[in-house]
Design a protein around this ligand. Structure first.
Ligand code: PXL
Length: 283
């Protein structure tokens, strides 16, 4: 069984980060080791959240794992929350990366053209350094534009996305995918770039007119889970896009507060079905 280490926060209420990665990756048949960087009462879009910084635990925990001689097939980082935690995640990557370890970075820091309130203008520079260590990165357009130092555009063409992707890969990662992109009216999906093969890939679904917290974490978790199951880069991005769109549609039936997150619990059986169908096509 493949084993992933995921480094992100635990937000107790408001589904995101580890409370999404752990159930989805487990459902996809991947052992998931967690390294929580902080314990929050809720994610940071709620008012009045509490936050216990756990970063002083990272070195003692990983030292213990080193003594155990543990091997990770992938290291997946998500929301880190501070520049110090980005540096610590970089240390963990250098310490545990082996030739067969996939380093997957979701540089979570903003949306809709803006950095999240907790971060200042230097945070994207630090995230770019972390992305340079990665094999795969999955920013949204806001995060991509901040790291590539390009203007954020609400409406754009394929050339804008291609320029952003090749810029991002020029910092060092092997593959990059921009999430939440619209290549034609009424459609939303993903556009990826494989820097080794110099190949672009895009996949679009009908746009679902709703916005929920945590969909980026759903997309990232399913992509890395699919890659761990032996699916190709385009197959993994397609599955992540389809599953994210399906889960948003499912959540729309339940008229609750969008910042509580999506109802992925109801769509896990479909994820398992999609994965086994895709794996059967590999045989
Ligand atoms: O879903 C990304 C995320 C994860 N963790 C925390 C967050 C956010 C986005 O705002 O606040 C704590």
């Amino acid at each position: 069984m493949k084993r992933i280490l995921t480094i992100q926060d635990i937000s107790c209420l408001g589904k995101c980060s580890i409370t999404i990665a752990l159930p989805l990756l487990s459902a996809m048949g991947v052992e998931t080791v967690i390294l929580p960087t902080a314990l929050l009462s809720t994610h940071t879009m709620f008012k009045g959240f509490t936050c216990l910084d756990l970063s002083d635990q990272i070195r003692p925990i990983t030292r213990h794992w080193k003594d155990e001689g543990v091997h990770f097939d992938a290291i997946y980082t998500g929301y880190l929350g501070s520049e110090k935690d980005i540096d610590l995640a970089g240390e963990v990557i250098s310490e545990f990366r082996q030739d067969d370890t996939l380093v997957f970075v979701d540089p979570v820091m903003g949306d809709n053209g803006k950095l999240y309130a907790a971060f200042d203008a230097h945070y994207p520079v630090k995230n770019r350094e972390l992305c340079a260590l990665a094999d795969v990165i999955v920013p949204n357009i806001t995060e991509g534009s901040l790291m590539a130092e390009m203007n954020y555009k609400e409406s754009y063409d394929r050339a804008y996305l291609e320029e952003m992707l090749s810029h991002l890969c020029s910092f060092g990662c092997g593959m990059a995918a921009l999430t939440g992109v619209s290549l034609s009216e009424g459609q939303t999906g993903v556009m990826g770039y494989d820097n080794r093969r110099k190949e672009y890939f895009s996949y679009q679904n009908e746009h679902v007119p709703a916005s929920f917290h945590g969909t980026g974490d759903i997309f990232a978790s399913v992509t890395v889970g699919a890659l761990m199951n032996g699916l190709s880069w385009p197959q993994s991005l397609k599955m992540a896009a389809d599953y994210t769109a399906l889960t948003i549609r499912e959540t729309m039936k339940d008229n609750k507060k969008p910042w509580y997150g999506v109802n992925f619990e109801s769509t896990i059986p479909e994820l398992v079905r999609m994965l086994s169908e895709a794996k059967a096509s590999l045989r």
